[in-house]
Design a protein around this ligand. Structure first.
Ligand code: G16
Length: 542
């Protein structure tokens, strides 16, 4: 029943920041999915008879890819596959299932916040036994294998019925189709004070959660509405659609504009939140206030002890390098470790496994903790709810008090999307060349103190990752970071991260772009963005 099929390699199967992401027509090429999955299986060892978790965010091509992956898992010798009903599993729920079932690993089908549909994006990511994304060493091995692969194994069988919860056989392998929500909801109940949050809703507290027609819809309805008693309709756009209703399921101020406008209007509920395609990102908006992901990380870290799961305090905080330094001040005050990693959740895995950090976060709308090994959108929303319930304060009050205590890090990210790949490469090369000459130079009021290309040495396994982003550090703590995105699927995306620190509470009410205007001008002069990219403004500001 097992067939070994001959194939020829593709040369573009290099995983990026988070797995392999390409357009659907690319994945539809002959044996493209099969080659990549076989390359994964060929790069890991010792899984005979073991369990593999498979699920995705429900986007177009999800079901087809899952059938291929299950047949190949059976042929390669896995003993059991756990798959979400309808092929659905949010990324954090998949991470939890891997851990809970002591699975060998998992395959997550998603292109996260990127748009879906026949011409949209798709992605395949492999997670290891700790529930987290494969570390760089493994993704490099998978890529190397994909360049020489000449055969893959599969079984000939009819498609597995993914819509009925239950157990069946595929060759010699067991397939368990499970409720994708139940285990995750139970985990959330164990971490947070559901009684206090229920009382908050019972007292008339109102929220709007935008699931963006992506994977968190069923999770939000079950947890927020059924278990926590929020009124029906609290979760909006809660039915996952293969093309996300034609939108980008990206919870930022551009793509979740309706929610933002609602939260800034006189009819705003108390709390607004959204999550992305695969449920690992979050957007937090209070009435009249958007909380940047960097601030959200700092505020969650400062208040996490109010939730039962974190009552013991935090072991440490980790953030990606481009994320603002707001969390550093919390770590400093608490006397706990602060770890600065390259962009990519995979870099947090070792820190969490080693018990060095409890909470992690990234400027790209990701926050999470050691409860799983992925960032977790609904987890962040529930921790905020728990804090709001425990403090009896609004988001605005919590933010203002936080800034008054720690100072405010004004922060923004400017993205130049879909620019010419060669021009983007040249811009970064020119920046790297300039590094030694930058210290001492002035740009308006800003004096460059140091400039480097960020490199990271993992404190647990000693592995080194270089070329992770150009940093220009100014006197007084302001900073600009330049790097190219590792998640796009067309052209290149230049990300410019801008940050300045304001200790004076009297100056905490400024408009962000205005507070950053000197840095914005300096970024243009240092990197010659408009000349090199042909753009005179960013495509997205978050
Ligand atoms: C992924 C990674 C994150 C990263 C983000 C943006 O998120 O898991 O760690 O911060 O991409 O990466 P880049 O700046 O390279 O585009 P997601 O939600 O897309 O899986």
């Amino acid at each position: 029943m097992i067939s070994i099929v001959e194939t020829t390699p593709y040369d573009d199967q290099k995983p990026g920041t988070s797995g392999l992401r390409k357009k659907v027509p690319v994945f539809r090429q002959k044996n493209y999915v099969e080659n990549f999955i076989q390359s994964i299986f060929d790069s890991v060892a010792g899984f005979r008879g073991e369990t593999l978790v498979i699920g995705g965010d429900g986007r177009y091509f999800n079901r087809e890819a899952i059938q291929i992956a299950m047949r190949m898992a059976a042929a390669n010798g896995f003993g059991r596959v756990i798959v979400g009903q309808g092929g659905i599993l949010s990324t954090p729920a998949a991470s939890h299932l891997i851990r809970k079932n002591r699975a060998f690993g998992g395959i997550i089908l998603s292109a996260s916040h990127n748009p879906g549909g026949p011409e949209g994006d798709f992605g395949i990511k492999y997670n290891i036994g700790n529930g987290g994304p494969a570390p760089e060493k493994l993704t490099e091995a998978i890529y190397a294998r994909s360049r020489v692969i000449d055969r893959y194994a599969t079984v000939r069988a009819v498609d597995v019925d993914l819509d009925t919860v239950g157990q069946l056989m595929l060759g010699d392998m067991t397939v368990e189709v499970i409720d994708p929500v139940a285990d995750y909801a139970e985990l959330m109940e164990a971490l947070f004070d559901f009684g206090a949050i229920r009382a908050l809703f019972a007292g008339g507290f109102r929220m709007a959660f935008d699931a963006m027609h992506a994977v968190t819809g069923p999770y939000a309805v079950e947890i927020l509405e059924r278990r926590l008693g929020a009124p029906a309709g609290t979760a909006r756009n809660a039915v996952p659609l293969e093309d996300f209703g034609g939108h980008h399921p990206d919870p930022n101020l551009v793509h979740a504009r309706d929610l933002y406008d609602l939260m800034m209007s006189p009819e705003a509920p108390d709390f607004g939140a959204a999550s992305d395609g695969d449920g690992d990102r979050n957007l937090i908006i209070g009435r009249g206030i958007f909380v940047t992901p960097s601030d959200s990380l700092a505020m969650l870290a400062a208040n996490a002890h109010l939730a039962p799961g974190y009552a013991q305090g935090l072991k440490g905080i980790a953030r990606s390098m481009p994320t603002s330094g707001a969390a550093d001040r919390v770590a400093q005050k608490r006397g706990i470790g602060l770890y600065e990693t390259p962009t990519g959740w995979k870099f947090f895995g070792n820190l969490l496994d080693a018990g060095l950090a409890t909470i992690c976060g990234e400027e790209s709308a990701g926050t999470g903790s050691d409860h799983v090994r992925e960032k977790d959108g609904l987890w962040a929303v529930l921790l905020w709810l728990n804090i709001l319930a425990a403090r009896g304060a609004s988001v605005m009050e919590i933010a203002r008090r936080h800034w008054a205590e720690y100072g405010r890090n004004y922060y923004a990210r400017h993205d130049y999307e879909d620019i010419d790949t060669a021009a983007a490469g040249e811009l970064m090369a020119a920046l790297r060349q300039k590094l030694p000459s930058l210290p001492g130079q002035r740009f308006g009021d800003l004096a460059v103190e140091a400039a480097d290309d960020f490199a990271y040495r993992d404190p647990v396994d000693g592995s080194v990752s270089e070329g992770q982003g150009v940093r220009v550090l100014f006197a007084g703590g302001s900073r600009i970071v330049f790097r190219l995105s590792g998640t796009g699927t067309s052209g290149a995306t230049l990300r410019v991260y801008l940050e300045c620190y304001e200790p004076d509470a009297a100056r905490h009410g400024r408009e962000t772009q205005e507070a950053l205007s000197g840095l914005i001008a300096a970024a243009e002069r240092i990197a010659e963005i408009s000349r090199r990219t042909g753009r005179d403004a960013p495509s997205v500001v978050t």
